[in-house]
Design a protein around this ligand. Structure first.
Ligand code: SF4
Length: 253
């Protein structure tokens, strides 16, 4: 039985993309190799987090690393009649693929749907677990996100595009998400959309939600900018959406 590091497990509403508002059980894996400046889960970036918090019938702390069968027990406890799917999120779930695989396999045995949310940093890790997933939401980071140093950007980008192509090839419903900030270059979005042209994906432009430390900074794109980016994406892709983070409006986890 595999063990792994998890930051938190809870039931809530999906807050991003075309499935915003759908009820999910979130398994937030600990650890992330990136460092986006707008990260809203910095507490989940430590891969050796001592405890996982479970928000079930009551709030509990469980020691890490925790076994996959215990994660499944919490999934059973949190299951509700309106459940859409299990969200494997982070941090970054691809950091622990064999642990994710064991949980996802058991969830499939329970006839649950699996939904992975990843920054796409490893196409190899994604390929190893993709067959257990019904939905994949894969990020493409822009150069100005600060996710990696400039010298490592091309590698991150090609891995994310690799994850997207694997996801589409395996018949997974594939969502591609790009967080956009003020003055995001139309040319950068155009380049990405050219690379993804003709793939069966839902493409989401997500205006950044300013983290608490940047509340006074002018980083959120205006409506005209969002229209221009959306129109550019629409030249290459069929399903283009502009969707902000719902859970920030509802003030829920
Ligand atoms: S990939 Fe996600 S978890 Fe990692 S730093 Fe970026 S926003 Fe935070």
């Amino acid at each position: 039985m595999k063990k792994g590091y998890i930051s938190e497990i809870f039931s809530s509403l999906q807050g991003e993309g075309p499935y915003a508002g759908r009820r999910q059980i979130f398994i937030r894996f600990a650890g992330c190799p990136l460092s986006c400046f707008y990260c809203d889960t910095p507490y989940a970036r430590d891969q050796t987090l001592g405890t996982c918090t479970v928000f079930g019938n009551d709030e509990r702390s469980v020691e890490n690393p925790m076994p996959a069968h215990l994660v499944i027990e919490f999934v059973k406890e949190l299951r509700t009649p309106d459940l859409h799917s299990i969200s494997y999120t982070g941090g970054e779930p691809l950091l622990s693929p064999s642990f994710v695989e064991e949980i996802a396999k058991e969830a499939k045995n329970m006839h649950l749907r699996n939904f992975i949310e990843t920054n796409g940093y490893s196409a190899k890790a994604f390929a190893s677990i993709a067959d257990y997933f019904d939905y994949a939401s894969i990020d493409i980071k822009l150069r100005n996100h600060g996710a990696v140093e400039e010298k490592d950007y091309e590698r991150l980008y090609s891995n994310a595009v690799g994850c997207i192509k694997i996801s589409v090839d395996r018949g997974i419903e594939t969502i591609v998400k790009v967080v956009v900030i003020k003055n995001t270059a139309v040319e950068e979005i155009e380049e990405i959309c050219r690379d993804l042209a003709d793939l069966n994906i839902k493409f989401v432009l997500q205006p950044v939600t300013a983290p608490p430390s940047l509340q006074s900074a002018d980083i959120v794109p205006g409506v005209k900018e969002l229209f221009a980016l959306s129109e550019t994406a629409g030249l290459f892709l069929h399903h283009v959406m502009v969707i902000p983070q719902l859970h920030k409006f509802l003030r829920i986890r």
